[in-house]
Design a protein around this ligand. Structure first.
Ligand code: NAI
Length: 320
């Protein structure tokens, strides 16, 4: 059953929408009735240069299908200008997809300060600046949908992408906290982890898969994350090749390293308990920092009165 027009009448800003994934998001949102700001600096893959052509082309494509869009050529580092474009063209902003990105791949030892700073400026600071400019509008209207774009390069690491991996995991942290701060005001923030054929991946992904990794297969997932009926907030959603899944950061049950409160912990204690510390067979997801702190209180409770039997329980049960 077709859902009610996904984003009818909503105003969406898609950064880096002149190509690749962002273009596919912009086209789909416009097709479903959203008014779209197609932002793109029109630079090279490594962040150099600029041109209005990339954004203009996508706006023309949208208009040729009777959609509504305006172009914006600002860098995401000037995020407030992009949000201003949305507000002056359409009077509001409801959806922000932080998608713009560049690569400056080098093995770690060869990363220059510039390679580090530029990648962070576009991905992390750019998302910060654009989202912070949109935030008061979201708060005022009691509605906002934000998508951050991370990468398996951050979640899992990838040779030659230390600068990019760090920025991408920074976006996960940013999203986690925005999800908390926005929840009361009906502002949701989620992360997409895409894998798609684009100029960023043309020399990285195996050519035999390239044709099946269309950005258009990810766009509906991102559009659903932006839909008002979607209750996800603070999720990490991976998508590629017509598949989508959810990622979690999990923590092992761990092990208490000392017998009673006041005791020190020696390196030997750590060594002897290491198998339990790192045993992921019963790892679990914690909903919040409060839940993690609550578990620490359980640990303190357990060591306060000393071992109940001869030996402290090997694996401390952190659930109740
Ligand atoms: P792409 O290079 O086709 O598109 C990125 C767009 O961002 C370009 O049109 C570029 O001009 C624009 N852009 C770059 N710097 C900008 C700035 N300062 N301000 C405004 N626009 C700017 O790349 P693709 O693959 O579509 O990537 C989109 C996002 O998805 C990026 O954040 C990328 O890191 C991320 N990603 C992509 C993956 C893939 O498999 N393609 C994998 C994981 C993450």
């Amino acid at each position: 059953k077709e859902i009610r027009s996904t984003v009818q009448g909503r105003v969406a800003v898609v950064t880096g929408a002149g190509a690749g994934l962002g273009r596919a998001y912009a086209l789909l949102l416009a097709e479903r009735g959203a008014k779209v700001v197609v932002n793109d600096l029109g630079g090279a893959r490594d962040g150099g240069g600029k041109s209005s052509q990339a954004a203009d082309k996508v706006v023309q494509e949208i208009r040729s299908k009777n959609g509504t869009a305006v172009a914006d050529y600002n860098s995401v580092e000037d995020g407030h200008k992009i949000v201003e474009t949305a507000v002056s063209a359409f009077g509001r902003i409801d959806i922000l997809i932080n998608n713009a990105g560049i690569l400056r791949d080098k093995s770690f030892a060869r990363i220059s300060d510039q390679d580090w700073d530029l990648v962070h400026a576009v991905h992390l600071r750019g998302a910060f600046k654009t989202t912070q400019a949109a935030w008061p509008h979201f708060k005022k209207q009691g509605y906002g949908r934000i998508v951050m774009t991370a990468s398996n390069s951050g979640l899992l690491g990838n040779f030659g992408q230390a600068n990019y991996s760090a920025a991408k995991m920074g976006l996960v942290g940013l999203s986690n906290t925005l999800a908390i701060e926005g929840a009361k005001g009906n502002i949701h923030c989620n992360v997409i982890v895409p894998t798609a054929a684009s100029r960023l991946t043309e020399d990285i992904l195996p050519p035999e898969f390239f044709a099946e990794l269309k950005p258009e297969l990810i766009a509906p997932v991102v559009a659903w994350l932006c839909h008002e009926d979607n209750t996800d907030n603070g999720a990490i959603i991976e998508s590629a090749a017509g598949w989508a899944g959810k990622s979690y950061i999990v923590t092992s049950q761990g092990s208490v390293l000392r017998k009673r409160i006041g005791d020190a912990v020696s390196i030997e204690d750590v060594r002897d308990r290491w198998t339990d510390v790192t045993d992921m067979s019963t790892a679990k997801y914690r909903e919040s920092i409060q839940e993690a702190s609550g578990e620490l209180l359980n640990v303190l409770e357990a060591v306060r009165d000393g071992p109940k039997e001869d030996e402290i329980s090997k694996t401390f049960q952190i659930t109740d």
